[in-house]
Design a binder for this molecule. Structure first.
Ligand SMILES: *[C@@H]1O[C@H](CO)[C@@H](O)[C@H](O)[C@H]1NC(C)=O
Ligand SMILES: *[C@@H]1O[C@H](CO)[C@@H](O)[C@H](O)[C@H]1NC(C)=O
Ligand SMILES: *[C@@H]1O[C@H](CO)[C@@H](O)[C@H](O)[C@H]1NC(C)=O
Ligand SMILES: *[C@@H]1O[C@H](CO)[C@@H](O)[C@H](O)[C@H]1NC(C)=O
Ligand SMILES: *[C@@H]1O[C@H](CO)[C@@H](O)[C@H](O)[C@H]1NC(C)=O
Ligand SMILES: *[C@@H]1O[C@H](CO)[C@@H](O)[C@H](O)[C@H]1NC(C)=O
Ligand SMILES: *[C@@H]1O[C@H](CO)[C@@H](O)[C@H](O)[C@H]1NC(C)=O
Length: 407
């Protein structure tokens, strides 16, 4: 077990506490009913653009049109994860953090400005939670795969299921404890995974925070803006991403990252450079299965908060108040049983909440909500809420049997 001291980091950022973090490779055994699409793997950048133009055509549903059938994809995959706990080691609740498109797990632990933008630092050192982040299956330091019919949304959701169960049953040896409480925090596509996970297994989580999320992105044209605004090209034509196979797509320039993630005037230009230089790709298969993940009603009954930047492009079309009461608030129409549902719109933030000057409000909003509704539990008696969200764990009813199309 390799512990790396975070004391130096804490000293630099003026914190008295110093979380203990370690990188752990976790093997998961997953299975999902993937879509089989009549879509060739793009080879040239012209192929990539053709695919995206097909995907966003008004009045058409390209993924439904190209869906030929389903195939079960199963196997063991190696995932890159980072686990952090308070230096007391006393957390009773772990936050399972799932990043979105364009990033890897460093989204939750940005080194920028001496880790001042680190969500994990805040959650662990200021609130007493443990955090566990992972590179999504197929992305960054996690195992890669075939980009059209393998690396798709539902396979990744099953990996999130497996990680949750491993945190609860203590089978990750390097962590060496069982967590009774696991809350899930997602960003963007990671929020969609969190939504899909808790829709399938409503007992699996003690609380969820869906950041950079709504259900009405399509109503305000946010999805095509994202798909085209990202100026995606074949990832392996970018030097830093050269070992990805064809069908993994990355943003061409810092400006295309800015379009999709940043609010005008609300960020340090140097963090845009970092976001671009450490950016990670999205697969064709993920884009084909993106829409269907949040299409069912979610009967999760635990604490649920939605936190979205007011200028979010993909999920709000650049204005979360374009619909009333707000686009994030409207999403509770599909999470009708949520306990203490709250939707918070962050002023001066775009889709990339953690990279904006407004990140302290984002972090405080999420962590205060969990302390009040779930409890961090770093020391005795700090748990404000009780654990009402779980009554029915299990209920998986067959691996990969989600019974929904991948749309
Ligand atoms: C974990 O891995 C990341 C990416 O390689 C690295 O930047 C970070 O320093 C590592 N953290 C620890 C605690 O070893
Ligand atoms: C697959 O798509 C191509 C066009 O891209 C079309 O010509 C062909 O008929 C399709 N195949 C099936 C089985 O739908
Ligand atoms: C852990 O929490 C317990 C109370 O639950 C406390 O007695 C103990 O001192 C804490 N340990 C550390 C190292 O802070
Ligand atoms: C970063 O700095 C801001 C402004 O000083 C502060 O409000 C915030 O709490 C800091 N965040 C972290 C994670 O240290
Ligand atoms: C823990 O959960 C994982 C994922 O479901 C499972 O593969 C493993 O067998 C479980 N281990 C124990 C000790 O229950
Ligand atoms: C917003 O999304 C909800 C939930 O999917 C849906 O019921 C509602 O019709 C949508 N509103 C608009 C304006 O698209
Ligand atoms: C595409 O069709 C599927 C049903 O086949 C549906 O679930 C999905 O929401 C549709 N996508 C869009 C963008 O309308």
């Amino acid at each position: 077990m390799k512990f790396t001291s975070a004391a130096a980091i804490a000293a630099l950022s003026g914190l008295s506490a110093a979380r203990q973090c370690q990188n752990i490779t976790v093997e998961v055994d997953v299975s999902a009913r993937n879509g089989v699409f009549n879509q060739t793997t793009p080879v040239t950048n012209i192929d990539v653009t053709n695919f995206l133009l097909n995907l966003v055509q008004a009045g058409k549903n390209y993924s439904a049109a190209t869906l030929e059938g389903y195939a079960t994809v199963s196997g063991k995959y190696q995932l890159a994860t980072t686990y952090c706990e308070p230096d007391s080691g006393n957390a009773s609740t772990v936050q399972l953090l799932t990043h979105g498109i364009g990033f890897d797990r460093s989204y939750w632990d940005l080194s920028f400005n001496n880790y001042n933008y680190s969500y994990s630092c805040e959650a662990v050192d200021q609130y007493g939670f443990a955090t566990f982040s992972w590179d999504r299956l197929g992305i960054a330091q996690s195992q890669h795969g075939e980009a059209v019919n393998e690396i798709q949304a539902w396979l990744e959701v099953d990996a999130l299921r497996a990680l949750t169960e491993q945190l609860r049953n203590g089978s990750i040896a390097a962590i060496g404890k069982k967590y009774e409480k696991v809350v899930h925090v997602g960003h963007s596509f990671g929020s969609q995974h969190t939504y899909a996970l808790t829709a399938m297994y409503p007992g699996i989580s003690d609380g969820i925070a869906l950041t950079g999320f709504s259900q009405n992105g399509s109503a305000v044209c946010g999805v095509p803006e994202f798909a085209l605004g990202g100026a995606f090209i074949q990832a392996n034509t970018v030097a830093a991403l050269s070992d990805y196979p064809n069908g993994y797509l990355a943003s061409a320039t810092p400006s295309s990252v800015q379009v999709n993630f940043f609010s005008p005037g609300a960020f340090d230009p140097k963090i845009l450079a970092l976001a671009y230089s450490t950016g990670q790709p999205v697969t064709v298969g993920e884009l084909l299965t993106f829409g269907g993940e949040t299409g069912s009603i979610n009967h999760f009954a635990g604490p649920t908060i939605i936190v979205t930047g007011e200028r979010d492009t993909p999920y709000c079309g650049g204005n979360c108040y374009a619909l009333s009461p707000s686009i994030p608030q409207l999403a509770f129409a599909t999470i009708p049983d949520a306990k203490n549902p709250q939707a918070v719109v962050i002023p001066n933030s775009g889709h990339g909440l953690n990279l904006e000057y407004s990140h302290p409000l984002t972090y405080k909003t999420i962590n205060d909500y969990f302390v009040q509704n779930v409890g961090a539990g770093s020391t005795a008696g700090s748990t404000a809420g009780s654990n009402n969200g779980r009554g029915g764990r299990g209920g998986r009813g067959g691996r990969g049997g989600h019974g929904r199309g991948p749309q």
